[in-house]
Design a protein around this ligand. Structure first.
Ligand SMILES: [Zn+2]
Length: 158
C-alpha cells in the first residue's frame, strides 16, 4: 500500500496536473511585483506576520524574533523596533477580558474555585500568547508605513 502510494505521487503526468498545480500561476500573478503602499494593506500584512512592503516574506524567524531582512524582497527589518509596546498592551487587554469573564461567570454560575482556575489560567495563556505575534507584526507594519510615507513626501513638513 505504502509503496503504491509513493509511486503514484511521483508520476503526476499519468494523472495530469493536480488542483495545486493549476492554482499556482494565478497565485503568483496576484502577488508578484506587488508592493503595499496603503495603510490597510500594511496593517493586513502585519497582522498576518508578513513583510509590510511586499506582503510575502515572513516577518518572524522564531516565536517573536524578527528576521534581519525580508526573504522575498530584501527589505531590511532594522527599522523595526516594536519593543515591549505590544506585550504591555496585550497584558492590559487580556487582564481586562479575563477578569471580566471571571466576574460574569462568578455572578451567573457561582462555580467552585477550582473551576475558575481551570477556566482562566488557560484563557490567560491563549489571550496573551495568541495575539502577540500579529500585534508585533502590526506595530512593525505601522512603523514601516510611517517611515515609507515620510520618505515619499520628503521636502514637506515633518
Ligand atoms: Zn518583503
Amino acid at each position: 500500500m505504502g509503496q503504491l502510494k509513493f509511486k503514484l505521487t511521483h508520476y503526476p503526468e499519468i494523472y495530469g496536473p493536480g488542483p495545486l498545480a493549476q492554482e499556482r500561476p494565478d497565485d503568483e500573478i496576484g502577488t508578484m511585483e506587488s508592493t503595499i503602499d496603503t495603510l490597510s494593506g500594511a496593517i493586513l500584512a502585519g497582522l498576518a506576520c508578513r513583510c509590510p512592503r511586499c506582503g510575502r516574506g515572513k516577518l518572524f524567524q522564531g516565536f517573536l524574533t524578527v528576521q534581519p531582512r525580508c526573504e522575498a524582497c530584501g527589505l531590511d527589518y532594522g527599522f523595526a523596533d516594536a519593543g515591549d509596546g505590544p506585550a504591555v498592551f496585550i497584558m492590559f487587554l487580556a487582564g481586562f477580558i479575563v477578569v471580566g469573564a471571571a466576574l460574569v461567570t462568578e455572578v451567573m454560575y457561582r462555580p467552585p474555585l477550582w473551576v475558575h482556575a481551570a477556566l482562566w489560567l488557560p484563557l490567560i495563556l491563549v489571550v496573551t500568547l495568541g495575539p502577540l505575534r500579529p500585534m508585533k507584526g502590526l506595530m512593525i507594519a505601522l512603523q514601516y508605513h510611517h517611515k515609507a510615507a515620510e520618505g515619499r513626501f520628503r521636502g514637506g513638513q515633518p
